[in-house]
Write a protein that binds this ligand. Sequence first.
Ligand code: FHN
Length: 444
Amino acid sequence: MKFIPTNSIVIILIAGFLSINSFAQEGYVPAEENLENREWFLDAKYGLFVHWGVYSIMGGGGDQGIAEWIMERKSIPIVQYEKLPGFFNPVDFDPAQWVSMVKRAGIKYITITSKHHDGFAMYDSKISDYNIVDATPYGKDVIGMLKEECDKQGVKLFFYHSQLDWHHPDYFPHGRTGEGIRDRSQSGDWNAYIDYMNTQLTELLTQYGEVGGIWFDGMWDKPDAEWRLGETYSLIHELQPGALIGSNHHKMPYPGEDFMMFERDLPGENSMGFNNTGISEEVPLEMCETMNGSWGFNIIDQNYKSVKALIQTMVRSAGYGANFLLNTGPMPNGQIQPENVDTLMAIGQWLELHGESVYGTRKGPVKPQEWGATTQKGNTVYVHVLNHDGGTLEIAGYTPKLKSALFFDDGSEVDVKKTKEGIILTVPKEKLQDMDTVIVLTLK
Ligand code: FHN
């Protein structure tokens, strides 16, 4: 019988829990500009997520919950889906209008789909003609046009890039999704697929100047595959050391990732079922959310969240130190849905007045609670009372030395009592604001 030393057993056990991808860009040390961009990201707090692709033509196909997943959910064969680009002609796309709307709405960056799971590149890709320039009557590179405008107006652009691909023949063996698409290839060279993806990423990082970063999605389709993450992450950081990498793999960040995201849940919450990981203390956080129930354009999904609900989620998110990435699915004509523009402008109006309590802040001293959240900037703490009937508000476990406590909206003083356990603020009913009653605590 062979003897296995105890520490080898520990190593074997650990290796069993860690997938091959956990090692990713082992030993990664973020460049100076990357660290600066992380700070910029933390200050920015609010971005616009854009899910736009040829699927927008289908408008969800009459099904409330479908948009960018229509190829998979309706089992559309590749040969039929490939007809969609031929109808995609977003003649009303006006990047200047998009970006100026974004600016007016108080949004600091845009994260747009360069390629979603359907495999169609929304930019001028040279490695495949399955892209907007070569395969659509529109024939123009919307990503390039948007980037130019973002540069002009001082808005950062990030690229969402799907690792999962239902179209590419080398995406094989298949993952958990897309099995109903009957003409997917039944053999393929996985490494050739990763090479293809890395070439597309190289294009994205060399054709458009400096980008904010890459927002990966889709690894969860094949969690145990060899994604060669180390190679991909090193490539990105070599091409653009400042670019921030994040991946929606629903795990703690792997080495080489510069931020961590949470989909449709606040950090630490798990209504989606897949947000059961921890919260990183190492890298910036971001939470993404839909305005209705769809990411891409869905013509019948009118299940819109209220402006109040979205503002409150943004504020709670900031209370965790996380950015809020709010999604829109542009229409096939290239315009942003008017209902979405209205919502964004309403949030923007609130931010115009109260932005100081969100932008540039970090998570506050008290974790978000049922009643609200706190954010902090230097010696200023913003107490966001989001859900309270008025009267006394006890904040247990927080005993600050206060210089002043004022209502943000009218500058009047807030009555504060100190107890052994914490502080008690008095929030008279008449001071309550509909969206968020902000109290500014200045610390000594
Ligand atoms: O499958 C995608 C989905 O279409 C969308 O892009 C969201 C955005 O976070 N992410 C995936 C689901 O986790």
